[in-house]
Design a protein around this ligand. Structure first.
Ligand code: COA
Length: 232
């Protein structure tokens, strides 16, 4: 269950209790590209990965994502940040070695989201709405039924609908961790008007992150969803 009054300030003691209870949690942090970039905390592998982003803002978002990932996982587990060892699955999904804790990260604009569960897979996505040639993209990721839903709404409503659907789908695919080997055109999540959907045993939940932005989280266990925001 999610309440609209969600996103209270992060409380690490309550977060640890929720983790122990088996709740899915989403922690929201600020990805301010004007802030200092804590590059010194990156491992050599992360620095190499950071270099691959052509856009300077994307590099900063990447560094801030890793920074908050370490800080929050350490808060939740009590493990020192320097002891956390990350690896990547066959399709690139990052995971933590030597612990069952599952997480997934997403960032867009100045919003970063981290989803965590003590042992079950999670996926999260956030997207700032932007205007682009949606028909081109839609053919690659949406079902015929979804495309006709987009085509039927007024142009002014389309970005919100498009990105609501996109983030649901991407959160689910990121949760599965198969990357986009799973054909996104075979998963229909757009026709569902409710904020919480069930797909093949997964829950996919829309998150309210503010005007001009869509976000969703997906998790493979029945669970309450707890949301937190880090102080700005
Ligand atoms: C992994 C992928 C999904 C990231 O998407 P993105 O929108 O660029 O970025 P997001 O902010 O959502 O997520 C980035 C984070 O996802 C995580 N991630 C990377 N590969 C992943 C994978 N295979 N599965 C799950 N999570 C992954 C990483 O933690 C990454 O953050 P980091 O690089 O800072 O560590 C991207 O590589 C991709 O394949 N995008 C395809 C987009 C697409 O066609 N979407 C269809 C929409 S339905």
């Amino acid at each position: 269950m999610v309440s609209d009054a969600a996103w209270p300030p992060w409380d690490s003691a309550a977060g640890r209790e929720a983790l122990a209870r088996g709740n899915v949690q989403v922690l929201r942090f600020r990805c301010d590209v004007a802030s200092r970039e804590p590059i010194e905390q990156l491992t050599a592998e992360e620095r190499a990965r950071r270099e691959r982003f052509r856009n300077a803002d994307d590099r900063i978002r990447y560094t801030l994502g890793r920074f908050w990932l370490r800080r929050l996982v350490s808060d939740l587990t009590g493990q020192p940040e320097g002891d956390l060892r990350f690896d990547r699955g066959p399709s690139g999904k990052p995971f933590l070695r030597d612990t069952p804790l599952q997480f997934n990260l997403a960032h867009s604009g100045d919003i970063g989201l981290l989803a965590v569960h003590r042992s079950a897979a999670v996926g999260v996505d956030v997207e700032r709405h932007r205007v682009f040639e949606w028909e081109q993209v839609a053919r690659h990721v949406f079902t015929e039924a979804e495309i006709s839903v987009f085509a039927s709404v007024a142009a002014s409503e389309r970005p919100a609908m498009f990105f609501r659907c996109w983030t649901r789908k991407e959160a689910y695919l990121k949760g599965l961790g198969e990357g986009f080997q799973r054909d996104p055109r075979k998963v229909d999540l757009c026709g569902m008007p409710s904020r919480t959907m069930l797909v093949d045993g997964w829950s996919v939940v829309d998150l309210e992150v503010g005007t001009g932005c869509s976000a969703a989280v997906a998790f493979e266990v029945p669970s309450d969803l707890i949301l937190w925001a880090l102080a700005e």
